[in-house]
Design a protein. Structure first.
Length: 450
């Protein structure tokens, strides 16, 4: 008996230590079993307490009355599937007649407390079927991406969502994106991770980094074109607009609209073209967009209007030509001048890291997901990389990017440098690659004389 008690104490101590230091290990060993038992045992009472039950139908009442049986109880949604995952549980429910998916979404916080889970989110799979994703611990406290990630052309994993799912950047679905964040909020790490993932794809990377290139130029071996000042950026954007017009001419020449051509084979963008003729898609990354919009003289104002006009044209027309925008900055409001709000309206995907004021959060989500504004301004300062993402559908979620060092990003770009395409017209903006200099060859600096 004493031996059994000692073993039980050791198991409890190990479980407590794992829950404190390694919550993922605790969940996979102890937490998932306890959570499944809690859900199955408490399910009926929790659903009734949350108001997610329906009264018995008339025919059930009639049958019970004729048989002299007690009045049937209210029925909760049916459990269609309960599937454990590495971060939590996935509970798929079949709604009863008269129930709404919005009622389940409104009860997520109460379900989280009742089932003793860290977080609960819901989404409607189809009519009458709702999926609850429950997380057993804070998956964003220490981001660990799954070992197996789905990587397809123009769709790359960039972060982990609060429900344990992987957040993908899908350029075919949301061509253009806006990323906001204050200093030290993790915005640069997000961009760095995005470049590291895109480096393995057959895509041309074009960058504009007006901070003298300190963010993007270390990754230059994978970039087809780079600009480190507004003057060069204006010329680069004009060249991209000309490239876009050339791609449209190619599409027009290959449309072949005749009576015997099926509708599915009529080309409307580069993805409808044969692979032998398809131009290489381009991802344009702009770091600190405010540096392109600020001006102090008349000449700088003309340059600024030229830049914003080119960006707006690429955002409006570039998707079919295979040009996708990634705009990053600390603020992106109307104070940057005319044309900014028009450009922002074309940026479907929105990501906001920690911001310094509510106005900055409104710039990202005020026009698409007002509920996400409060979530964006509540991001603490000690969690760099934590962000809120949303799109024009109104849905939003918290995400966190895995920490990618500059060395890791540089290694990824160097490893895939052979994939860097040479685009016609962009040769003048191709970054000059200097040979690596060994630290042993750098002469030591003589000490300054007194």
């Amino acid at each position: 008996m004493s031996r059994l008690f000692v073993v039980l104490v050791l198991v409890v101590a190990v479980a407590g230590l794992m829950r404190w230091r390694r919550p993922a290990w605790y969940w996979l060993t102890f937490g998932v079993t306890l959570a499944v038992l809690r859900v199955l045992v408490r399910y009926a009472s929790v659903m009734e307490a949350c108001g997610l039950t329906v009264p018995p139908s008339r025919w059930r009442l009639a049958v019970a009355r004729m048989a002299g049986r007690p009045v049937p109880e209210s029925r909760p949604p049916r459990i269609l599937r309960l599937r454990p995952t590495r971060t939590g549980l996935v509970l798929r429910l079949g709604l009863r007649p008269g129930q709404d998916a919005f009622d389940v979404a409104a009860s997520c916080d109460r379900l989280r407390h009742s089932f003793a889970m860290y977080g609960v989110t819901s989404r409607e799979i189809r009519s009458g079927v709702v999926e609850l994703r429950m997380t057993g611990y804070d998956v964003l406290a220490r981001v660990q991406m799954p070992a197996k990630l789905e990587r397809v052309p123009m769709r790359v994993p960039v972060a982990l969502r609060e429900d344990g799912a992987v957040h993908y950047r899908d350029y075919r679905t949301t061509p253009h994106a806006l990323t906001l964040g204050a200093t030290k909020s993790g915005k640069s790490v997000y961009q760095r991770n995005l470049v590291a993932e895109l480096a393995a794809q057959d895509v041309a990377l074009v960058g504009i980094d007006c901070k003298q290139g300190v963010e993007l130029f270390p990754l230059a071996r994978r970039f087809s074109a780079l600009a480190d000042n507004p003057d060069t950026a204006a010329e680069l954007l004009d060249t991209l607009v000309a490239h876009m017009e050339g791609v449209y001419q190619l599409i027009r020449a290959e449309q072949r609209i005749t009576a015997d051509i099926p509708d599915a084979e009529i080309a409307a963008d580069i993805w409808d073209l044969p692979e032998t003729l398809r131009p290489t898609p381009i991802v344009l990354l702009v770091d600190e967009v405010a540096e392109l919009a600020l001006f102090a003289t008349k000449e700088e104002e003309k340059r600024r209007d030229r830049i914003i006009t080119a960006l707006a044209r690429l955002a409006q027309l570039g998707r079919a030509a295979g040009i996708y925008l990634e705009i990053c900055g600390q603020r992106f409001g109307s104070e940057l001048g005319k044309g900014i709000t028009m450009l922002r309206a074309q940026l479907t995907a929105r990501t906001a890291h920690r911001v310094n004021d509510e106005t900055s959060a409104n710039m990202a989500f005020g026009d698409i997901a007002p509920d996400a504004v409060l979530a964006a301004i509540s991001i603490p300062t000690d969690t760099p990389g934590l962000a809120v993402t949303g799109d024009s559908t109104g849905g939003w979620a918290r995400i966190r990017t895995p920490h990618t060092t500059m060395r890791q990003a540089v290694n990824a770009c160097n490893r895939h440098a052979h994939r860097t395409p040479e685009l016609p017209g962009l040769d003048a903006f191709r970054p000059e690659l200097l040979p690596a200099v060994s630290l042993a060859k750098i002469p030591a600096q003589a000490p300054a004389s007194a």
